[in-house]
Design a binder for this molecule. Structure first.
Ligand SMILES: Nc1ncnc2c1ncn2[C@@H]1O[C@H](COP(=O)(O)OP(=O)(O)O)[C@@H](O)[C@H]1O
Ligand SMILES: [Mg+2]
Length: 262
């Protein structure tokens, strides 16, 4: 009896996704940026959000990040409905976001950038040595190719900067990380590095939402692919089982040739 209750509870918990957005709509005047959009992300999962320009990807990222409150719909984190849409509340709920503008300080080193403006609760300002040790740990967790936590950001490649921006989110011990176009301005080699960081986040148990235009990247790293088109869900795919053409068809609205999931 006790065992049954336990397993029921486990099943219930397993059925609750880390992040669940349901029926999200967001309007900017006459522009319907998002209409009745659903999205679910589990721990240990990378979900790619794809779609053409103006499909609503960044708007959905901003709703999850607490930048925008949705006009309709609900957002749940670990089954708890989010009622306050501020970036502070989102961070407190374990949501971290890396926007396209990384906002790094060129003149500061990697460690200083990771801790810029972030005091750890209860401990106040950390001393330099402790910050450097933590920074080194984050870089190691991400499998970073950065020479030293004391390297000035001005000396880093665009891919390494993206890594610093991701490492910066780890200070708050997030459960969900949203990355808006993290590879859009990167070379092939730098893109591969960032994809490695994303795989590391997944193996650390985080839920990851990656927005990208690059379907090759997406199919390399994502578990699931969610397509937005004109602000609406337009297909949900298991990355490993889906042909490139089917994703393109969902993005562009062309007729699909093979089976669509969900
Ligand atoms: N702050 C805003 N004010 C007005 N319109 C916006 C704003 N943010 C986004 N939009 C509009 O919402 C639509 C979706 O934009 P966005 O979410 O940035 O798309 P994507 O990231 O998929 O390219 C676009 O038509 C865009 O112009
Ligand atoms: Mg965008």
């Amino acid at each position: 009896m006790v065992e049954t209750q336990q397993s029921n509870k486990e099943e219930l918990m397993a059925a609750t996704p880390l992040l669940r957005a349901r029926g999200i709509s967001k309007y900017f005047g006459a522009v319907q940026a998002l209409v009745d959009v659903d999205l679910e992300v589990d721990a240990h999962e990378v979900v790619a959000l794809v779609g053409d320009n103006a499909a609503g990807k960044s708007t959905l990222a901003r709703v999850i990040a607490g930048v925008h409150a949705p006009d309709e719909g609900t957002l749940e984190i670990d089954g708890e409905q989010v009622r306050t849409f501020t970036t502070r509340a989102a961070r407190a709920n374990g949501v971290a976001t890396v926007f396209q503008e990384l906002a790094l300080a060129e003149n500061l080193d990697v460690t200083a950038n990771i801790f810029l403006g972030q005091e750890l609760p209860d401990r106040g300002l950390l001393d330099e040595e402790a910050m450097e040790t933590l920074a080194r740990g984050y870089l190691k967790d991400l499998n970073a190719r950065i020479p030293s936590p004391r390297t000035p950001v001005a000396h880093l490649t665009a891919g390494q900067r993206q890594c610093v921006a991701i490492a910066r989110t780890l200070v708050g011990k997030p459960r969900i990380i949203v990355l808006d176009e993290p590879t859009s301005s990167l070379s092939v080699a730098q893109t591969a590095e960032v994809l490695t960081h994303i795989e590391q986040l997944r193996s650390m148990g985080l839920g990851v939402v990656i927005i990208s235009h690059n379907l090759t990247d997406i199919r390399a790293v994502a578990d699931r692919i969610e397509v937005l088109r004109h602000g609406r869900n337009n297909g949900s795919f298991i990355a490993a089982e889906t042909a490139y053409e089917d994703i393109i068809a969902a993005i562009t609205g062309a007729p699909r040739t093979s089976r669509r999931l969900a």
